[in-house]
Design a protein around this ligand. Sequence first.
Ligand code: SF4
Ligand code: FES
Length: 379
Amino acid sequence: MNAVTPIPPAPIGLLAELTHRCPLRCPYCSNPLELDRRSAELDTATWQRVLAEAAGLGVLHVHLSGGEPTARQDIVAITRTCAELGLYSNLITSGVAGALDKLDALSEAGLDHVQLSVQAVEAANAERIGGLKNAQPQKFAFAERVTALGLPLTLNAVIHRGNIAEVPALIDLAVRLGAKRLEVAHTQYYGWAYVNRAALMPAKADVDRSIRTVEEARERLKGQLVIDLVVPDYYAKYPKACAGGWGRRLMNVTPTGKVLPCHAAETIPGLEFWHVQDRSLGQIWADSPAFRAYRGTDWMQEPCRSCDRREKDWGGCRCQALALAGDAAATDPACSLSGLHGKVQALAIAESALETAPDYQYRTIGGAPRTAVPEGAPV
Ligand code: SF4
Ligand code: FES
């Protein structure tokens, strides 16, 4: 498909999904509905070889993620390998269960940065969203220890109908916990979030208010707190460059060693993924059919093909195009130039207007969602 598309020099980041195990059960989790089991996870030596290949390829950042990465017994050894290879390591964690017990050792092993998830500020709401009682005090104790160790802390809050009213309080919380950065990330509807879309979709007026709150806080807290804002696709004018553009900046290695161009790529039927057990990361980056499928612009249809934004957003998100348009090569319906954009916005407005949000379908390993996942082109 993309025979002449040049291969970008090197991915900047590697998302290492070390495990799908997680003490939390967030209904917006971007992990696939079919979660990998512990028995199928890569072993320590394979992860260390993958990290060495990443460093050799020119990767700068490794995001140690999951699931909950501290659920792995070898998380300290893996972090130490990152440090020895000169890779900047970012631990993406829920901060609960055994995470605090491992934090000092992780810091000693050379961990560079911590990204802690928060579900809400108000404890009962946070614990309802995350599906775990007593999580909030554990998170706060974890954050306190991160800053005491001198590690830079980012808070990540996924925003949806259930917590959007707490955006001002989340900003105050980030300041109180000594975070350097706060991500106010409106839900992206892949994985479990897609199944729970009707329960999570916020009203447009609330979204607009949250954006104004962030803009005001950015001014007020200049020099103290950086706030990143991810706006919700369904209400956007143009889509985001998902994963920085397909096959351009990121590689995602799953717990079992499959290498993906983005975390939801497995939802696209017919893509062939290569495994780290069979090939080097360099080979996969250059030649994997999945990476080549939507790299560059050759694969684009109209209106993307002749659009002057095509090398800015790279046509948006392939996984969302599949989910909403039934065609992974279509223009992302989040784009106002897509013929489906009006229907997507109408759908978001209708779901957000439901008087009572449906119950969450919590993320679980080995448990299929109660209601069927929409297939094809629901809009
Ligand atoms: Fe981006 Fe395609 Fe929309 Fe143009 S038409 S803004 S390239 S998604
Ligand atoms: Fe796959 Fe956006 S999540 S391209």
